[in-house]
Design a protein around this ligand. Sequence first.
Ligand code: HPA
Length: 274
Amino acid sequence: MENYMKKIEEAANYILAQDARRPEIAIILGSGLGKLADELENAKVIPYKNIPNFPVSTAVGHKGNLIIGELSGKTVLAMQGRFHFYEGYTMEQVTMPQRVMSLMGIKTLFVSNAAGGLNPDFQVGDLMLIYDHINMMPCPLIGPNLDKFGPRFPDMNKPYAPRLRKLAVDCGANLGIFLHRGIYIAVTGPAYETVAECRFFRTAGADAVGMSTVPEVIVARHCGMEVLGISVITDIFHDYTDEDFILDENEVVVAADKAADKMTALFKSIIAKL
Ligand code: HPA
């Protein structure tokens, strides 16, 4: 753990030395959602591969850059691509960026992801405001507690800040962007879910399923950050009656790319009000 702390500090110090600006808001751009990064003004791009101890993302639709720039008049730190447990990283690696963000002084985290719709009201391209989550992955806080960041048993009553949820709904309404409100269930992947698993998750109360986000949110909450989460629905649950359906990872990225403009507009509008 001492070693992990050192690695986090090294990475944070490297990033802080690259740019004099000190962002307080971070945005994680999920599969196919990286183009928000194009909107950042005065962008300083820091490739993950240059950051000491940082993992490098291998997932389809993920670029692998940290970008510091201005969005809606505020300095933000964007992660263009994230690390997934299914890539073979440990949970410490998956969530290292949130520890680094915390040391850098980040107070607010926006997370986005591509997710499969389980709720029958959802359609491809819809946005879902993550109201709460169900974690089916290992908890990233297993192991000795990092007391410097937070308590051994952190509260998870409202991982997604009510203040930010409300702001998202208001901004969505102003922009004419409809937001579903739902529960995100996180699985390890990388195999997509069986029909039986989707039925099970629906029964459990989940509205969308994906392979990311929740470890990052748990660690961000452990560090005391405020979190807002948005899922882009890239595919929808097909029951046994739809025998020809096959879920293709490229379709997921294409669908996310199509919805990326809506999500970008929403994030910009929320950030303007922070
Ligand atoms: N399942 C899990 N993860 C996903 C999906 C899905 O259907 N779509 C996008 N990410």
